[in-house]
Design a protein around this ligand. Structure first.
Ligand SMILES: CN1c2c(nc(N)[nH]c2=O)NC[C@@H]1CNc1ccc(C(=O)N[C@@H](CCC(=O)N[C@@H](CCC(=O)N[C@@H](CCC(=O)O)C(=O)O)C(=O)O)C(=O)O)cc1
Ligand SMILES: N[C@@H](CCS)C(=O)O
Ligand SMILES: [Zn+2]
Length: 757
């Protein structure tokens, strides 16, 4: 048996988020293109060197991206939306940034392409756009350039290509509807050209990612797999490892095993079948790439378990790769930099660097047929089960008591809404925001100084209060109807709640890319969760004391906290969500008791938590919706519950949204031109909606006319009495100047419409 170690991709941001700093400096015209490229090159070199040092035999190339790897593919295929073409269609890095952000150091400002969640992760990709008879041409040479770079350093490289079918599936039709598969024949020659270029470089294996194989696919798409991979097989002589990840592929297995490919990567963390059973069904001469190290969580792997599983197939296959289940893009880089995590707990974790080391340990153990080193590596896993950090009997008893509770509001929306209208007395088309206000450098410094004990709790509280006061004053000056405190005390909407709940631990440097230059540090759920003490009550009450307008309390919902944390794996997600929901319920009821009449419980990750195959949706939705409702269970009819969701597909999700029974839902719709509201109309969504009227991810300022147009479209779909006016998402990433100008335009547009009624 021949074994090599590889991974499906390494985090691209750099241990100190060097990529983020470089991108943002370039956008601000503080560094040149040459300097930007130099930083990218240095990062790639560092990452490759790290992997080699950690015993990775085959280095993934193509995991680096200037913004997003789907967007890199768009560039490679020359699939540039017309509005982003400039300068005689010559494309360069600014074309890429214009597609992503609507603006770049050169070229005109335009609306950015849509951004949406990458399968069930918290990573966002830029959605490719297709028109009827879309043509493609090989343009952006980044992948081949990087391959040459890796080869020049003497590395054995494995290029990563996003497969043509996944690329087409993930894209969106602009204009008249057509079958996206009609474009396959236009796109395949570009892939062929790419594969030829790769072949010329004497590359052993090409990783072609087709993650859509984890989804339910129509017959025509499964047939298209035969067509595509036969085309590659006939026209190219590369060894292809077809790569699937994020889910089980049993339902598409028949198709996969009959494809003319040379290798298959399996995400064995998410596969429902046993490795041995799969191995028996997979052609003997195929290379098997075993995705055994979880790229989506931070726990050490049970290497002894995998040793035993792999041993069973060891003598029956010619060649295997030991690999991560998916790209390590979704995982922090190195646990060694965590100086504040308790040493007992730290031993439970493996970040990207440690995951590569796990592959090294496993390969050696298999080769030497000796598990000694695996035993010491996995010892902390056993210790964890017995640790008293994990179990809290109070939480467990509360959960037991809650088992029979069916959470719901006392009355239906139309009755509640009468009470709420009476209490709140808002104008038609009430204006509000999603919660966060600009997180300026000065604000981040205050938080940082407090964290590093440069300022004490008192000074910190006063500084935060000063910012809340400014946020309220600005909102009053702008004339918003429902105000927020602005979330200045929060580093992140999930990490902050994690920090204030029992059962979590956090990292100092566990950054993971969320989109573009934006990163998050997911907290880690290590044990039973409960509320330590009130979390948002004091600051929300303080904000309310400064204004006569209603303040909307701001919480992150249980499913989103769960989804955007690294969860424990010893109890079900349902149990964790229930623990979170009960903790939030304590907070909701205390906010209500303190006189806060509007409470928003954000659930932007509810959709992304859906299992990839539909037959598994029902049980997920049952517990996820239940957790959301449990978090507000017990509030009065007159308390208006809002929720917020962004950057996700709603089409197939309307029943769930309705069942949440929030009085108001604010959603992202502006990048998609209010198309989404058609769905709300079709489903006769009964409660109130705030469709985002401008895109907060772009620095471009929306015009009053443009917002008015969008509002008119919205009024055609939804009864005006149930419509709210708000941006797409929180304003934390924007500057104050951008925020004020945009909100001013938004309010003016609402006033213009009100005046015409
Ligand atoms: C709504 N979204 C969110 C998602 N996931 C989350 N967990 N949170 C979200 O809000 N998923 C979907 C979307 C994605 N959107 C975003 C939007 C914005 C960000 C973002 O702004 N991220 C920041 C980092 C935020 C943070 O934690 N900042 C810390 C400061 C940490 C830091 O930068 N320290 C510096 C020193 C700073 C100084 O000295 O001034 C350092 O360590 O070097 C804080 O504010 O306290 C980002 O910059 O990327 C993410 C997702
Ligand atoms: N309340 C959060 C929601 C982001 S999805 C914010 O405004 O940033
Ligand atoms: Zn949002």
């Amino acid at each position: 048996m021949n074994i090599s170690n590889t991974i499906l991709g390494y985090p691209r941001i750099g241990i100190n988020r060097e990529l983020k700093q470089a991108q943002e400096k370039y956008w601000a015209k503080k560094i040149s293109q040459t300097e930007l490229f130099k930083i990218g090159k240095k990062l790639r070199k560092t990452h490759w060197e790290q992997q080699i040092k950690l015993g990775i035999d085959l280095i993934p190339v193509g995991d680096f991206a200037w913004y997003d790897h789907v967007l890199s593919t768009t560039m490679m295929l020359g699939n540039i939306p017309k509005r982003h073409q400039y300068n005689n269609h010559i494309i360069n890095i600014d074309t890429l940034f214009r597609i992503a952000r609507g603006t770049a150091p050169t070229g005109p400002k335009t609306s950015a392409s849509e951004m949406t969640k990458w399968f069930n992760t918290n990573y966002h990709y830029i959605v490719p756009e297709f028109i009827k008879n879309n043509t493609f041409q090989y343009q952006w040479t980044q992948l081949i350039d990087e391959l040459d770079e890796a080869i020049s350093y003497g590395y054995k490289a494995k290029p990563i290509v996003l497969g043509p079918l996944s690329y087409l599936w993930l894209g969106k039709i602009k204009g008249k509807h057509f079958d996206k598969l009609e474009l396959l024949n236009n796109i395949l020659p570009i892939y062929q050209l790419l594969l030829e270029k790769i072949k010329k470089r004497n590359i052993d294996w090409v990783q072609i990612d087709e993650p859509i194989l984890s989804l339910d696919l129509p017959e025509s798409w499964l047939n298209a797999f035969f067509y595509t991979y036969n085309f590659f097989n006939k026209n190219n002589k590369n060894n292809i490892i077809l790569t699937t990840y994020f889910g089980d592929i049993t339902h598409n297995f028949e198709t996969i095993v009959n494809l003319p490919i040379q290798g298959l990567h399996l995400d064995l963390i998410n596969c429902k079948s046993e490795l041995y059973t799969l191995h028996k069904k997979i052609p003997k001469d195929w290379l098997l790439s075993l995705g055994i190290i979880n790229g989506r969580n931070i726990w050490k792997s049970d290497l002894i378990y995998w040793f035993q599983k792999i041993k069973k197939i060891y003598n029956e296959r010619k060649k295997i790769f030991l690999s991560s289940s998916c790209s390590l893009l979704h995982c922090p880089i190195d646990v060694q930099y965590e100086k504040k995590i308790n040493t007992e707990i730290k031993k439970w974790f493996a970040f990207s660097v440690q995951k590569c080391h796990e592959l090294f340990l496993l390969k050696n153990a298999l080769k030497e047929d000796n598990i000694e080193k695996l035993v010491s590596w996995t010892q902390p896993i056993i210790e964890r089960h017995q640790s008293n950090i994990v179990n809290d009997t109070n939480v467990q008893n509360r959960i037991k008591k809650n088992v029979l509770c069916i959470p719901k509001r006392y009355n239906k929306y139309y009755i509640r809404s009468l009470e709420q209208k009476k209490l709140l007395n808002l104008p038609i088309l009430p204006t509000t925001t999603i919660g966060s206000f600009p997180q300026t450098n000065a604000l981040r410094k205050i938080r940082m100084d407090f964290k590093n004990s440069k300022i004490n709790q008192n000074i910190y509280n006063n500084e935060i209060k000063k910012i809340i006061k400014k946020n309220i004053e600005e909102q009053e000056k702008l004339g918003l109807d429902v105000l927020v405190h602005g979330e200045p005390e929060r580093n992140d909407m999930v990490e902050y709640f994690g920090e204030n709940l029992n059962g979590f631990t956090f990292t100092e440097n566990g950054w993971v890319q969320s989109y573009g230059s934006r990163c998050v540090k997911p907290p880690i759920i290590i044990g039973d969760v409960s509320r330590k003490k009130d979390i948002t009550v004091k600051l929300t009450k303080y904000a309310q004391s400064l204004t006569k307008k209603p303040i909307k309390g701001m919480l992150t919902g249980p499913v989103t906290i769960l989804q955007w944390s690294f969860p424990r794996e010893d109890i079900s997600k349902e149990k964790i969500a229930t623990q979170l929901a009960l903790s939030l319920q304590d907070e909701v009821l205390e906010l209500e008791k303190s006189g806060i009449n509007i409470i928003q419980i954000d659930e932007p990750a509810l959709r992304e938590g859906l299992p990839l195959i539909k037959k598994e949706w029902e049980p997920y939705l049952k517990w996820a919706i239940n957790a959301f409702k449990l978090s507000y269970y017990g509030v009065k009819d007159s308390t208006q519950i809002h929720t917020h969701m962004c950057y996700c597909e709603f089409n197939d999700f309307m029943n769930a949204i309705t069942q949440l029974d929030a009085d108001v839902i604010t959603i992202e719709t502006s990048r998609s031109d209010m198309e989404l509201l058609e769905i709300f109309k079709k489903f006769q969504y009964p409660n109130e909606i705030g469709p985002g009227v401008y895109d907060i991810h772009s620095p471009n300022i929306p015009t009053i006319e443009c917002i008015e147009q969008l509002l008119k479209k919205a009024i055609n779909c939804i009864d005006i009495n149930r419509l709210w006016v708000n941006p797409d998402c929180g304003l934390k990433t924007r500057s104050w100047d951008e925020t004020k100008l945009s909100i001013k335009a938004m309010i003016q547009a609402a006033i213009n419409i009100r005046n015409k009624l």
